[in-house]
Write a protein that binds this ligand. Structure first.
Ligand SMILES: Nc1ncnc2c1ncn2[C@@H]1O[C@H](COP(=O)(O)OP(=O)(O)O)[C@@H](O)[C@H]1O
Ligand SMILES: [Mg+2]
Length: 400
C-alpha cells in the first residue's frame, strides 16, 4: 500500500498515531491536576515499565494534558553521571514561560532563583566563564536556592515556583524521563522537595518515568517515597487495545485489517507497543491492498524483525562489551530454560547465570554492574536480574 500514507511510527519517543490503552493513566492524571491546583493533597504519578512499552510517549501525553489546563510544564531526561541542576533549571525555565504569569517583576524574581540554582553547579569559586547559564537574562538571585545543598536548594526553588503558580490557581509539573538514571543525591533531594512541597500545599509536581526497578530506587533513597508517588506499571497492550492501535490509524487512511491478520499481529508482537508500530509499518508497506490479510503479515514479518534487530535490539546490544555480551547470552539461556520462557520479561537468579558461565558470581559483578548502568538489565529484587528490553532473550538466541 502507499508508503507515503503509512501511519505507523516505530521509534523511541515517536508519537503513535493512536495512543491506545492508556485511558486509565490519562484519567488518573487529570484528577491529579485538578486536585493539586485546588491545594488538595495528591500523589503524583510515576510510570514504570520495560523499554518500548510507551512510557515516553505517555509522559509526553500527560504533559500535553497539563499544558491544556494552562499549567507550566518542563521536561528532562536523566542521564547517568549528569547532575540535576542544569537540566532541571532548563525545564523549569520553560515551565515559567508556559505559565505566563502577568507580573513581570515576580516572574523575574523566580527566574533569578532558577539561575542561581543552575549556576551553583559550577561550585562557589568558579570563574564566570565556567558558569553555565540556562539562557535566563535576568541576574541570578543571591541567597536563594544556591546553598550548594541540593535538597535545601530544591525546596526553596519549588517553593518560589509554587507561589508563582498558586497566584494563577494553576500548577507547575516537571516531567522526568529515565528517572532511574538520576544520581543518588539528586533522587533523594527530589523526593524530599516533593514531600516538603506537598505538605505546604503548593502546586508543584514531579511526574516520572523509568525502568521497572525505579520504585526500588526511590524507596531506597527515601522510605516515604511510596506515599509521594502512585506507581503505574505501563505494560504491553491487551488484545483490544493492540487491535485499536493498528485499526484506528488504518481507518484514518481508509484501510483495514482482516480479523485473522489482527490475531497474527498480536501473536507476533505480544502487544508490545514498539513491536506493534514496527509490524504495522512493515505490513502496510508490503501489503498489496486493503484489507491487510494474514498472509501479508507472514510476508512482512521478516522485514519487521530485521528493522527491530537494528533499531531496537541491535542499538542496545552494541553498547555491551564482549564480556557483557557473554553475560547477556548466559541470561538468555537461563531464561529459555524456565517453565515459561515465552516472554523473557521474568527475572533470573544471578547465581544461575554464573552457573551457565561456570564462573564465581563475584567475578561477574563488574559485567553485571556495567549492564545495569547501561540500562540493558535491571534488578527488581536482590539476587535476580531481568532484561529491560522485551524479547531480548529471543533476539540473542536467534542471533546465535
Ligand atoms: N499506547 C500506545 N499505543 C500505540 N503505540 C504506542 C503506544 N505507546 C507507545 N507506542 C509506540 O511504541 C514505541 C515506543 O514508545 P516509547 O514511548 O519510546 O517507549 P518507552 O519510553 O517505554 O521505551 C513508539 O514507536 C510509540 O509510537
Ligand atoms: Mg522512553
Amino acid at each position: 500500500m502507499d508508503p507515503i500514507r503509512n501511519p505507523y511510527a516505530p521509534g523511541a519517543g515517536q508519537r503513535p498515531p493512536e495512543l491506545a490503552g492508556r485511558d486509565e493513566q490519562l484519567r488518573a492524571f487529570d484528577v491529579v491536576l485538578e486536585r493539586v491546583s485546588k491545594n488538595r493533597p495528591e500523589r503524583s504519578l510515576v510510570l514504570t515499565g520495560l523499554r518500548g512499552v510507551g512510557k515516553t510517549v505517555l509522559l509526553n501525553a500527560l504533559r500535553s494534558a497539563a499544558v491544556r489546563k494552562g499549567w507550566g510544564t518542563g521536561k528532562l531526561e536523566a542521564r547517568p553521571d549528569q547532575g540535576l541542576r542544569r537540566p532541571l533549571s532548563s525545564a523549569l525555565h520553560q515551565a515559567v514561560r508556559e505559565l505566563g504569569h502577568p507580573q513581570r517583576d515576580e516572574v523575574d524574581q523566580v527566574l533569578g532563583v532558577i539561575k542561581a540554582f543552575a549556576q551553583r553547579d559550577a561550585g562557589p569559586n568558579a570563574k564566570l566563564k565556567d558558569q553555565w547559564s540556562p539562557g535566563i537574562d535576568v541576574p541570578a538571585a543571591r541567597g536563594r536556592a544556591d546553598s550548594g545543598d541540593i535538597e535545601i536548594d530544591l525546596v526553596e526553588l519549588f517553593t518560589d515556583l509554587g507561589g508563582l503558580a498558586a497566584d494563577k490557581g494553576l500548577g507547575i509539573a516537571v516531567f522526568v524521563d529515565e528517572m532511574q538514571d538520576l544520581g543518588i543525591d539528586d533522587v533523594s533531594a527530589l523526593c524530599a522537595a516533593c514531600h516538603e512541597i506537598s505538605q505546604s500545599g503548593l502546586p508543584v509536581i514531579v511526574v516520572g518515568a523509568g525502568l521497572p526497578h525505579l520504585p526500588a530506587v526511590l524507596s531506597a533513597s527515601k522510605s516515604y517515597s511510596e506515599r509521594l508517588f502512585r506507581y503505574q506499571r505501563i505494560d504491553r497492550l491487551a488484545r483490544d487495545a493492540a487491535d485499536l492501535a493498528l485499526t484506528a490509524p488504518a481507518a484514518g487512511e481508509e484501510a483495514a485489517f482482516e480479523a485473522d491478520a489482527l490475531a497474527a499481529m498480536y501473536a507476533a508482537t505480544g502487544g508490545y507497543p514498539y513491536f506493534i508500530q514496527a509490524y504495522g509499518k512493515a505490513v502496510w508497506d508490503l501489503a498489496p491492498r486493503s484489507p491487510i490479510t494474514v498472509d501479508d503479515v507472514s510476508v512482512a514479518a521478516p522485514e519487521a524483525e530485521a528493522e527491530l534487530a537494528v533499531g531496537f535490539f541491535g542499538s542496545r546490544y552494541e553498547r555491551a562489551t564482549p564480556g557483557e555480551r557473554e553475560y547477556l547470552r548466559a541470561m538468555a539461556s537461563v531464561a529459555s530454560s524456565l517453565d515459561e520462557p515465552l516472554d523473557d520479561a521474568d527475572s533470573v537468579p544471578t547465581a544461575d547465570v554464573a552457573g551457565v558461565l561456570e564462573k564465581k558470581p563475584q567475578s561477574l559483578s563488574p559485567a553485571r554492574d556495567s549492564l545495569l548502568k547501561k540500562g540493558l538489565i535491571y534488578s527488581g529484587e536482590r539476587g535476580r536480574i531481568a532484561f529491560t528490553v522485551p524479547h531480548f532473550g529471543r533476539y540473542l538466541r536467534e542471533q546465535g
